[in-house]
Design a protein around this ligand. Structure first.
Ligand SMILES: [Zn+2]
Length: 150
């Protein structure tokens, strides 16, 4: 098939490819790093392989793409084709995320989930506000927090 995607379409498709280094994740990492926090990335020995781990503070951070992780928000739209395939796949991701989160919490980890829509799209709060809430979570003692767009 001929390559007929515009750069915008290609960029959109690429944004849907599950990658370890998504842009929202890089933003969160940078926000933490510039404030002096040090962390490890994608630790395979932890449930769900959290994107960012601050071991001493026992904090695991997931930066979830709203499509892949089936977020109930404006960024999520089930594709019109192969709908059953996507539904099955995304449902499995949701179950896996839930299991990982429960398992981490049982082991005493504090878990922060930052949804893509907290940083991207028309419903996003301003990024600075999101970063402040991330830092507050890391420094505090809350056990669980999700940050999302409206
Ligand atoms: Zn979302």
């Amino acid at each position: 098939m001929a390559d007929v995607l515009t750069p915008e379409q290609r960029s959109f498709n690429m944004s849907r490819i599950k990658g370890a280094h998504t842009k929202p994740e890089l933003l969160i990492r940078k926000a933490l790093y510039t404030r002096g926090f040090r962390y490890r990335l994608h630790l395979r020995n932890l449930p769900g392989r959290p994107d960012i781990v601050l071991g001493r503070r026992r904090v695991a951070i997931f930066v979830h793409g709203c499509f892949w992780h089936g977020h109930n928000c404006r960024l999520f739209k089930l594709p019109a084709t192969r709908t059953a395939f996507w539904t099955t796949k995304i449902d499995a991701n949701i179950r896996r995320d839930k299991a990982a989160l429960d398992s981490l919490r049982r082991s005493g980890w504090r878990v922060l989930v930052v949804w893509e829509c907290a940083l991207r799209g028309t419903t996003a709060p301003n990024a600075t506000g999101t970063f402040k809430r991330v830092v507050k979570f890391v420094e505090g003692n809350r056990k669980l927090l999700e940050l999302r767009g409206r």
